[in-house]
Design a protein around this ligand. Structure first.
Ligand code: PLP
Length: 372
């Protein structure tokens, strides 16, 4: 007789679909119950059920956090109220005057946060454009390196392995924002990162109906300090939103594969279209940026789209188009943005799970109308 497959040996898709199942022994609930209680009775003085107060731990959030940790192959996972609060939580770990190196092209909200920390005199940030620039800037005085790969919105890639060799040699930490690829396509902790952050609002949630963040690590020391910081500052994910994120995660691998397949077909179409000047695609995932022949076409192009929605955000089942210059990256000064290629003719597409024929047709007719 064949041996039973142990849970730790399940394939990723099985682990995802099974999140929370078999955890509620009392009722056998297949869908994780939403524990709204903020406080928990102590059996006796000095005793605890493991849950005392919901900021510290909540049963629904705990199911989610266990799944998040496992998904990134980490030992610790934390679910926060947004992607920005996940990033803020990580920066709670460092003392005043710490100096960070950050990849130049990055989400405008992260840039805004780093800029405000610097303005407040708390930390110092230096930005790099390439691994060579990182090489030149890194030293034992650097507290951590923060990267997005691929970057938002120019899709440039950095090798996490290569960056982590540099950070390890300099006794500094590597933080990776893995929002764009998700652990289905890239597992930074396995490649040498110390901390992974996510805007779970995006692919992890997957349905444009939830604001959430996540932090994962393998280090006991960092895990304990993050738990302390999260309990102290309190930007935890609510029980209902934890449940919504569990539900979203169950279909993560299916969605990512379908979105990536759609994106790869669309990229082939876009690269053959003369009305498009340049296509930015890292050959994996479902985020595509493009430059139209002329920035003046953009208003008509956006107006003519019927399926793609002109909106901020990404990663959901519905295809979106974003104009970074006035939306996600508006807080980066124009001159600075343009110096590294984020110009006013750039649009960013997040490809959903719709039928690919419809997506191509929608882009095709909008491109034609925009050129009229
Ligand atoms: C790469 C990246 N990181 C972090 C964030 C911030 O996440 P949230 O909007 O959930 O706070 C975003 C949001 O767009 C993002 O794109």
């Amino acid at each position: 007789m064949k041996k039973t497959i142990e849970k730790k040996d399940w394939k990723e898709a099985t682990k995802l679909a099974q999140i929370g199942n078999h955890t509620d022994k009392q009722t056998g609930a297949v869908s994780t119950p939403i524990y709204l209680s903020t406080t928990y009775a102590h059996p006796e003085l000095g005793q605890s059920t493991g849950f005392d107060y919901t900021r510290t731990a909540n049963p629904t959030r705990q199911v989610l956090e266990t799944a998040l940790a496992e998904l990134e192959q980490g030992r610790y996972g934390f679910a926060t109220s947004s992607g920005m609060s996940a990033i803020q939580l990580v920066f709670e770990l460092f003392p005043c005057n710490s100096h960070f190196l950050v990849s130049r092209d990055l989400y405008g909200g992260s840039y805004r946060y780093f800029h405000s920390l610097e303005e407040n005199g708390q930390y110092q940030f230096t930005y790099f454009n390439s691994i060579a620039e990182l090489h030149a800037a890194i030293s034992l005085d650097i507290a951590a390196v923060f990267i997005e790969t691929p970057t938002n919105p120019l899709m440039s890639e950095l090798s996490i392995t290569e960056v982590s060799e540099l950070t390890k040699a300099n006794h500094t930490l590597l933080i990776v924002d893995n929002t764009f690829l998700t652990p289905i396509l890239q597992k930074p902790l396995r490649l040498g990162a110390d901390l992974v952050v996510h805007s779970a609002t995006k692919f992890l949630g997957g349905h444009n109906d939830l604001l959430a963040g996540a932090v994962m690590t393998n280090s006991d020391k960092l895990g304990e300090r993050l738990a302390f910081a999260l309990n102290t500052t309190g930007a935890v994910l609510s029980p209902f939103d934890s449940w919504l994120l569990i539900r979203g995660l169950k279909t993560l691998s299916l969605r990512i594969r379908q979105q990536e397949k759609n994106a790869q077909t669309l990229v082939q179409f876009l690269r053959q279209t003369p009305l498009i000047k340049e296509v930015f695609y890292p050959e994996k995932g479902s985020m595509i940026s493009l430059k139209l022949q002329n920035a003046t076409q953009i208003p008509a192009f956006l107006k003519a789209l019927n399926i793609f929605t002109f909106a901020e955000s990404l990663g959901g089942v519905e295809s979106l188009v974003t104009y970074p210059s006035t939306q996600t990256h508006a807080d980066i000064p124009k001159e600075l943005r343009e110096s590294y290629g984020l110009t006013d003719d750039l649009l960013r597409l997040s490809i959903g799970i719709e039928a690919i024929e419809d997506l191509i047709q929608d882009l095709k007719q909008a491109l034609i109308k925009s050129a009229d």
